[in-house]
Design a protein around this ligand. Structure first.
Ligand code: SF4
Length: 75
């Protein structure tokens, strides 16, 4: 199991995370920033636990994020 953490306020809405892991990321029609599906807001840091099989595609999302606001830690 892993935890994804996104510092959402710095998102520039580039869509790279959505392309890498479309089941876990979407784009808000309200503010154009990405939305971490299932994410819980803890003072602007959105986080969610994911199963191992989701790790690879979300690692791609992390690596491809141009502003480096996605982090993934092993639980
Ligand atoms: S890759 Fe990063 S900057 Fe781009 S939409 Fe996703 S979280 Fe936002």
């Amino acid at each position: 199991m892993y935890k994804i953490i996104q510092q959402r306020n710095k998102c520039i809405g580039c869509n790279a995370c959505v392309e890498a892991a479309p089941q876990r990321w979407g784009v808000s029609r309200i503010d154009g920033k990405s939305v971490l599906v299932g994410g819980v807001d803890k003072r602007g840091m959105f986080n969610v636990s994911i199963p191992d099989w989701e790790y690879e595609e979300n690692l791609r999302a992390k690596v491809n994020c141009p502003v480096h606001i996605i982090d993934i830690i092993k639980l």
